[in-house]
Design a protein around this ligand. Structure first.
Ligand code: ATP
Ligand code: MG
Length: 409
């Protein structure tokens, strides 16, 4: 992509209404634009990052048998009345139509996925099943804040699993969901801490995945011995670790990037989702649900990986692999290098703008693409390109004919 033609302008001024690092760097870097409190446009550069994140999530959910689908954001009121959440869920967005009808804007999708399963699941032979979607969610949060960390409109992956027995749900939860979640975050360069939290109305705990960040909204206590954590809301002084029995805890702040729940029969009961077992008896379907906040993750990654000059994207989620900078006098040769990189299907942002070298360097640091490749008259004299990792201070001269070795397609 040629930067001179890209729907992108960086900005020198930080947002005045949000002091969080992710809001500042993502807005200044031209990744997102605030439409109003808690609602963002993902500009082309930011949309590329979000897609990378969501594709990692997609691959890992496919790996544990999840089948992707797409449910509606605009939802029938009756479904929410059936579960008691029309009145019971404080963050539910309710929409009145001009014809007098009322709808909910989906904050989560149990009210759709459960009735959608009625024609699919009727026998033990139909189970287990898992479906998921990656979609825009709506929540009337009292306080939208911290850039992408807490929005009123945000992106989430939600997977729902259906089982014949509680043992089968527990097995899927422990052997499929938990390892897949760990792997998902690892692939983005994040250490997510498995954290016990309340909200497990139907089991003792629900589990959150928390990433430690400065000024995170959540306070968690991490076991000094095994690394399992507890959310502050359920934490009592002197309590022992569920996993290892230790009572030494470290307090820290974090952001919740995922949440897994055993719903058991709450929603299947509300919608009469039942199956016939081997003996011909009718039983409620057992359910689990598994969320990942994909847009929040984008914010958390920025909170974790930045310096005073800008973002330092992990390669797996970076919008481009190489930021190619053409300095004065090298434009013609850079065009050839750019075309050669494209031919090898390397994702490259080519700064071909007529601006100063200083501006190009500053923008490259702000945007945070993993490799910066500078071509100038000076490097050309040595038939080379100057390559620098965003995460490092050292640059090296790479001979033109060695470029394919350094950046294999
Ligand atoms: P929180 O406790 O942060 O309000 P939650 O427990 O209500 O979140 P879930 O219903 O578990 O959220 O949603 C699954 C995931 O979606 C969360 O783990 C989080 O990563 C993300 N998420 C939830 N609310 C928001 C929001 N307002 N903005 C951005 N992401 C969110
Ligand atoms: Mg949660």
């Amino acid at each position: 992509m040629k930067q001179s033609q890209y729907f992108l302008k960086t900005s020198k001024t930080a947002p005045s209404d949000d002091v969080s690092v992710n809001a500042k760097l993502l807005e200044q870097g031209g990744f997102v634009q605030k439409a109003m409190a808690g609602v963002y446009t993902f500009l082309p550069l930011g949309w590329r990052v979000l897609n990378k994140i969501e594709n990692i999530v997609r691959e890992e959910m496919d790996n544990i048998g999840g089948q992707e689908m797409l449910m509606p954001a605009l939802q029938p009121k009756d479904n929410w009345l059936a579960t008691g959440r029309w009145a019971g869920l404080d963050v539910l967005f309710k929409v009145k139509s001009q014809h007098g009808n009322e709808y909910a804007l989906g904050p989560t999708h149990e009210e759709i996925v459960t009735p959608a399963s009625l024609p699919i699941i009727s026998s033990y032979k139909d189970l287990p099943l898992a479906v998921y979607q990656i979609q825009t969610k709506f929540r009337d949060e009292p306080r939208a804040k911290s850039g992408l960390l807490r929005g009123r409109e945000f992106r989430m992956k939600d997977l729902y699993s259906f089982h014949a027995t509680e043992e089968d749900l527990q097995n899927y939860y422990d052997k499929a969901a938990i390892p897949a979640y760990q792997k998902t975050y690892k692939r983005m360069g994040l250490d997510a801490i498995l954290t016990e939290a309340s909200g497990g109305t139907f089991s003792k705990f629900s589990h959150e995945y928390q990433v430690e960040i400065e000024n995170g909204e959540d306070t968690i206590y991490v076991c000094g011995k095994c690394g399992l954590a507890k959310n502050k809301e359920i934490f009592e002084q002197g309590v022992k670790c569920t996993a290892c029995g230790s009572a030494s805890w470290r307090e820290t702040t974090a952001s919740e990037v995922g949440n897994i729940f055993q719903l058991k029969t709450k929603y299947s009961k509300a919608f009469n989702l039942a199956y016939t077992d081997r003996e011909g008896l009718k039983k409620d379907v057992i359910m689990g649900c598994y969320g990942i906040g994909t847009s929040r993750l984008m914010g958390v990654i920025v909170e974790k990986f930045h310096d005073d000059k800008g973002i330092i994207w992990p390669e797996s989620v970076a919008p481009f692999k190489i930021h190619l900078l053409a300095l004065k006098g090298a434009e013609k040769q850079v065009e050839e290098i750019y075309q050669a990189l494209l031919k090898r299907q390397i994702e490259v942002l080519y700064d071909d703008r007529e601006v100063s070298a200083g501006k190009k360097f500053a923008d490259a640091d702000l945007i945070g693409i993993p490799y910066r490749a500078v071509v100038s008259e000076k490097t050309l004299a040595q038939e080379s390109i100057e390559v620098k990792k965003r995460s490092s201070d050292k640059s090296e001269l790479v001979k033109m004919d060695k470029l394919a070795e350094v950046f294999p397609g």
